[in-house]
Write a protein that binds this ligand. Structure first.
Ligand SMILES: [Zn+2]
Length: 270
């Protein structure tokens, strides 16, 4: 079964010659004062924007007290005069366009094309741009078989919470490129996870909630990875073999973000 999906939420990039070169007009900033609603906080505040061309429905991140919170633009004004020191700014806008073919994969939709739902794009739906902080990463190289999750060293009550997360599709996204995997698990806030997977064995599993023990996010990811790989093995083995890549996104996440109000687009089921 195929699930084709095509969205065209933003105007196409315009090309025009400047100095005999072709430049891409993608992010021409238009100064504006925007009203931003933060669904997780139940608040709405005004922000100054001079970096982007913003529209109602855009998913943005801001600086100030609500830094790191996802916001939705609910109003855009172009005629205004404000004291700049009174306003915080919009610092990032997420690219929520998705164009291409996705396949049914249980609770998720799956792509075998690296360009359709790449990690960096989907990350921007959940998290502000990465900071410049330096991180030290250690790994113990202790692998374990995905088929033997009962041997995974995790406290039973944490495993139960992880199972709940998995059941409620909190593993909103995961991808595996060669042996290197990444995932986003939406707990109280979104967490980024990385792992390696080869010949049925998971290793170097790390979650940025920085628990010193195996956490519920990791366990949820393992359950989702197992489910998605089973579906792929059963229905799309050839596609996966060709690409050596898959990405899976929770259906509800795709509907909420890529199909929000202001967009045009189409779905072809087949
Ligand atoms: Zn975690």
């Amino acid at each position: 079964m195929k699930f084709k999906i095509g969205f065209d939420g933003y105007s196409k990039e315009k090309e025009f010659p400047v100095d005999n070169r072709i430049v891409t007009e993608e992010k021409v900033p238009v100064k504006s004062l925007v009203q931003v609603r933060f669904p997780n906080r139940g608040r709405s505040l005004a922000y100054y924007n001079d970096k982007f061309d913003l529209h109602v429905g855009d998913l943005v991140f801001v600086d100030g007290k609500l830094e790191g919170e996802r916001g939705i633009v609910t109003d855009v004004s172009y005629a205004f005069k404000i004291k700049l020191s009174d306003y915080k700014r919009v610092i990032a806008v997420a690219d929520t366009t998705v164009n291409g073919e996705l396949y049914f994969g249980g609770s998720h939709l799956v792509s075998f094309d690296r360009s359709i739902i790449p990690y960096d794009k989907i990350r921007g739906w959940f998290l502000p741009p990465a900071d410049d902080e330096e991180y030290a990463v250690g790994s113990d190289d202790k692998g374990f078989l995905l088929e033997k999750l009962d041997e995974f060293e995790i406290q039973p009550q944490i495993a139960d919470r992880g199972f709940d997360y998995y059941n409620h599709n909190k593993v909103v996204y995961l991808c595996l490129d060669g042996i290197h995997g990444k995932a986003i698990v939406e707990g109280s806030t979104p967490y980024e996870l990385t792992f390696d997977y080869k010949n049925g064995e998971v290793s170097n599993l790390i979650c940025d909630c920085f628990c010193s023990f195996h956490c519920k996010h990791e366990f949820a990811l393992l359950l989702q990875l197992r489910e998605t790989l089973k579906v792929i093995e059963k229905h799309y083995e050839d596609l996966y073999e060709q690409s050596d890549y898959f990405a899976a996104i929770c259906k509800a996440t795709l509907l909420n973000y890529a199909m929000n109000t202001d967009k045009s687009g189409s779905i072809v089921l087949g």
